[in-house]
Design a protein around this ligand. Sequence first.
Ligand SMILES: Nc1ncnc2c1ncn2[C@@H]1O[C@H](COP(=O)(O)OP(=O)(O)OP(=O)(O)O)[C@@H](O)[C@H]1O
Length: 469
Amino acid sequence: MSQKIDWAKFAEEQEKSLPQKISQINIQSNEANGKDSDDAPEQFNVAEASLLRKVIRKGLIESKNDIEVQRQNPNSPLYSVKTFEALNLNPNLLKGVYDMGFNAPSKIQETALPTLLANPPQNLIAQSQSGTGKTAAFVLAMLSRVDVSKKYPQVLCLSPTYELAIQTGEVAAHMAKFCPEIEMKYAVRGEEVSRGSRITEHIIIGTPGKVLDWALKFQVFDLKQLTVFVLDEADVMIATQGHQDQCIRIHKKLNPSCQMMFFSATYDQAIMEFAEVIVPDPITIRLKREEESLDNIQQYYVKCAGPQEKYNAVTNIYGTVGVGQAIIFCQTKRTANWLAEKMSKEGHAVAVLTGDLTVEQRINVLDRFRSGQEKVLITTNVLSRGIDVEQVTIVVNFDLPVDMQGKADCDTYLHRIGRTGRFGKHGIAINLVDTQEAMNICLAIEKHFNRKIQYLNAEDSDEIEKIGA
Ligand SMILES: Nc1ncnc2c1ncn2[C@@H]1O[C@H](COP(=O)(O)OP(=O)(O)OP(=O)(O)O)[C@@H](O)[C@H]1O
């Protein structure tokens, strides 16, 4: 009992201090810093990137790294499974899992699923890179926990955006294909309920604002009756203005016995602090990210006198080495569009992806590029992180990545050129340098990674041919 009172106090204190704490954390926000001109550096948007990754992903990302388990609850037995059968699932649910093409649990699922399905329920924090099977794990747990004889919401899954909520709902619908008695409802923009009505569906998947409205303002369901609370994409959630406070408000109304599941694709300290507020006595599991490494990537720099020479360098290099596919990164939309237009006019099959496109258009562009319909993709920082296209062999930094202060942005550099040379393959990164400032940035990057960036004469086709070997 006394523990509960302490926890309530703790939550209260955290609620007061968390928005301030979180505002101090340096996570890139969705706000485009008020700048939206064609010449402003394009911003990376975590929610959009997460959605793109999900939509264009063709399968599981298998990691060679081991799972790290941190147990804060010494009384809970911990075990892992190698098959879905070993989980004693409802047979129709198991049928749904196989229907999705899953033969065996992924690495994170092996450890997460027994914990998620254990009785008495246990709280879990799971962190592992995008694509390793987290969504499938908690969706399976959500569906397994439903008591279909009770006609009210028992499971709530919070997602940071409309699109991400729909994606999760689609996974749930597929997995529950042979369990038509399980009913779900979206609590997202465009969905309405009338005051005085009651929700009878078993599962709600929604965004925090809408869920708060439905639970507290319209009172169409009771947060106290929930047995499972899932917080998905916690990293995106806390990067989205206002969401962390809303999550905490929802969380405060839950029954202390409600099982909490917390998922994140990143491992920042900020996420852990947020998790600690939301999830009491958790079992924490982590699958370490496959390190992005520069080991298989040959890096070059080319000296150019201005944009036109940069353009010539790109076409020379591409014309000579052009076996696989290339991604060219520009700092602004204007440069990206200019370059795309110029290259298309000269007969190159190029695609361009900038912040101007809607999410649907971006998916379309990426799908075409992935299937090889275009060989060159010109883009900005909107695509700098986490999108894998295996066939990419060359990354060109038409402009070197810089941070808000104009200093070398080494993280973004690693993410950008990490698009090539993946899974032990050979890749090439070419940096176009047209000013002393750019040269200094190039040198700073070289020093940071302690990896040589070699000089390349882009006018000498013999020399270029050699790098393609
Ligand atoms: N056990 C499995 N066997 C085969 N494929 C799987 C398995 N689990 C998940 N997948 C597939 O792998 C891909 C990634 O899974 P999932 O979306 O669950 O990952 P995630 O970690 O939630 O990613 P994100 O952080 O982007 O949400 C999906 O295409 C999914 O259908």
